[in-house]
Ligand binder design. Structure first.
Ligand SMILES: Cc1cc2nc3c(=O)[nH]c(=O)nc-3n(C[C@H](O)[C@H](O)[C@H](O)COP(=O)(O)O)c2cc1C
Length: 203
């Protein structure tokens, strides 16, 4: 079993990374192979909307996103970890999320994987940000576990938040249980919309 954590905080050793490390440590302790990808260390261009991926299922832009794709495809569980910036994810996170559009065509390539979320805000915006990831998981026909969140501003301050640290570990445990139960969407869910809707206008 492999779990990858995609870290979207630009701050090394910050609050989000602290929670992600705890989740990955918990997963490792339960026997999972884990990998942490710090987006701040990667050179990843924004999606240019070329839509060449529609034909190939692969992104035409050759940069560090390619190694993130590889890790996401190999993983059974994917944890997105980001601080809240203006009621949303960081731009590093959104850039990678946009680029992962290539993994949704011509069929959903992340289908049946388990998604987790770790969020840290100074005071507000976790719920709003969690919703964005939940929509992403729904769209990808992924399964979702409880999300872990906490409130902190200064580096390391999150360690004082017992609820946040235990939620991060709980989320990892839920992810492991769900992966072990091997949930599967029916075959027709391998596309984002049923065939009879595709090609027609929809919300
Ligand atoms: C550009 C920027 C925007 C932010 N926007 C919000 C926000 O909308 N709501 C909030 O509660 N905190 C906000 N914060 C505070 C961060 O979420 C908080 O400091 C968090 O602990 C940072 O996580 P990190 O240590 O992993 O970088 C913002 C911080 C920055 C730098």
């Amino acid at each position: 079993m492999k779990i990858v954590g995609i870290l979207g905080s630009p701050r090394k050793g910050g609050n989000t990374e602290t929670l992600l490390d705890q989740a990955l440590e918990e997963a490792q302790g339960k026997g999972a192979l884990t990998e942490k990808i710090a987006l701040r260390e990667k050179a990843i261009a924004p999606c240019d909307g070329c839509l060449r991926c529609f034909k190939t299922g692969k992104c035409a832009t050759q940069d560090d996103a390619q190694e993130v794709y590889q890790a996401m495809l190999e993983a059974d569980g994917i944890i997105w970890a980001t601080p809240v910036y203006f009621w949303s994810m960081t731009s590093q996170t959104k850039t990678m999320m946009d680029r992962s559009y290539a993994l949704t065509v011509p069929e959903l390539q992340l289908i049946n994987k388990v998604g987790g979320i770790i969020l840290v805000a100074g005071g507000r915006g976790c719920m709003n940000t969690a919703n964005l990831f939940h929509q992403y998981f729904l769209y990808n026909h992924m399964f979702s576990v409880e999300y872990a969140y906490g409130y902190a501003r200064q580096k390391g301050e999150i360690r004082k938040d017992d609820f946040a640290t235990s939620m991060a570990r709980e989320m990892a445990n839920q992810m492991i249980s769900l992966i072990q139960s091997n949930p599967r969407f029916p075959k027709e869910f391998s596309q984002p919309l049923p065939r009879y809707v595709r090609g027609k206008r929809s919300l």
